[in-house]
Write a protein that binds this ligand. Sequence first.
Ligand SMILES: NCC(=O)N[C@@H](Cc1c[nH]cn1)C(=O)O
Ligand code: ZN
Ligand code: ZN
Length: 517
Amino acid sequence: CNVEFYPSFLDSIHFSPVLLSKAVMSSSSSSALEMEIFQYIDDHQSDFIKDLKEWVAVESDSVQPHLRKEVMRMMVLAADRLAALGATVNSVNLGSHQLPDGRVLPLPSVILGELGKDPQNPTVCFYGHVDVQPAKKEDGWNTDPYTLTEIDGNLYGRGATDNKGPVLAWINAVETFRALKLAMPVNFKFVIEGMEEAGSLGLEKLLEEENQSFFSDVDYIVISDNLWLSNKKPALTYGSRGNACFFVEVECGSKDLHSGTFGGIIHEPLLDLIALLDSLVDSTGCIQIPGIYDGVAALTEEERKLYGSIEFDLEEHRNNCGVKKFLYGTKEEILLHLWRYPSLSIHGIEGAFHEPGIKTVIPAKVIGKFSIRQVPHMDLSVVKQQVAEHLEGVFSKRKSPNTLKVSMPLGAKPWLAGVNDLLYKAARRAIKTVFGEDPDFIRDGSTIPVARMFQTITQKSVMMLPIGAADDGEHSQNEKISRYNYIEGTKLFAAFFLEISKLHRNSHETSHTETIN
Ligand SMILES: NCC(=O)N[C@@H](Cc1c[nH]cn1)C(=O)O
Ligand SMILES: [Zn+2]
Ligand SMILES: [Zn+2]
């Protein structure tokens, strides 16, 4: 599996760093208007942190069914916050969904918000989510995950960076224009959901239904739901991986068994499952499912060079990760394997005894859970077929009488954008204004399912504008956003509104003049 040396040709990325640096005249000094806005944001830090504390306190975990009511409560808080901003808020009911065990749960509403309708202004749609990954103090948190706690300039709490902090930073930025009684430079639209961490269920259908109405006058879409590549250097993101999630279930009968009474005479489901899971990836990280790399877009020499020029500190990344060694030794290899090659991770086994202590049981039914991050141009239905055939092949060699079931409960496609348009130009300028340096142009290894949905359904320009740092610990213990990133991120969004407004108006004036001439 030598994925590094694909012969030639082209990923569909329209990226020219030379062109970009020539085209974009960065404005590193702030205008009087920006100074006024930034001063307001600095002066209101405590209010903004208080709001984040209130949001983090809601255990809006979309993964665990018993917490669904907390997700619902969170959606109400978010809708109220947008209404207080002056936005028109429509909470769209998405109905319900069925869990693998047959239970039916209500889906949280998706908030569609609108603020401003000035025909001179561009319309920017912001997407964010207010659900979170599970978290318990006993998982190894130093503080209560649902009590936002500031230590040494870092704000710790579940959702602080993924994604409540960035959603509030965008709202704070809009609020700043309102509080200072400034004309809004853009019209705002908001899409806020509560099921992102569970695969954005129901969202695609809603986007399709709203494409000719809510999205018809949207010019640009911004997502802020990922991290910089470094702890200090800002970034702009033009691609993310998709994800194909799998369940592999092995069952021997209807009840768990005593391992002394029955051990040694039956085919144990967990042994079958471990053999199946062990067949998926080798010790070098190479996925063993036949054909899985066939769909992966070939790496070009041009793209390889691009990776060489990105600033990336391997040691810093290793420290953030907290491991002794990576699978690969160079910056280029690490970035390639994070961004543009698939990876397979095993997440857990349902049904296996996992509490402290010993329970001498043979579980009757176990479900292995793994996922394969998707890259262009992998096809989800082909991947599903390849995985099923591979697992069935391995299982049949074991001659086990147990039953095997393979399913793919979730599939999200990868996203890749062109970066030579106004959205990226405006963000780059805003970053230069607030942080005093040009951003890294990066891709992201994680998945924001809506990115590709937005691109395919609305055909609008989509950008990810992260404000969290690489060491924020998304999905991990002690997730945080620094006070600095939260507050400077708020300024970044405000500066971005001004830049996109300017660039959009200029481009429309130019095209209008061209038409007249
Ligand atoms: N911040 C984005 C994020 O964490 N997304 C999740 C979404 C997902 C993917 N597969 C299932 N859920 C991620 O794990 O990338
Ligand atoms: Zn997220
Ligand atoms: Zn997440």
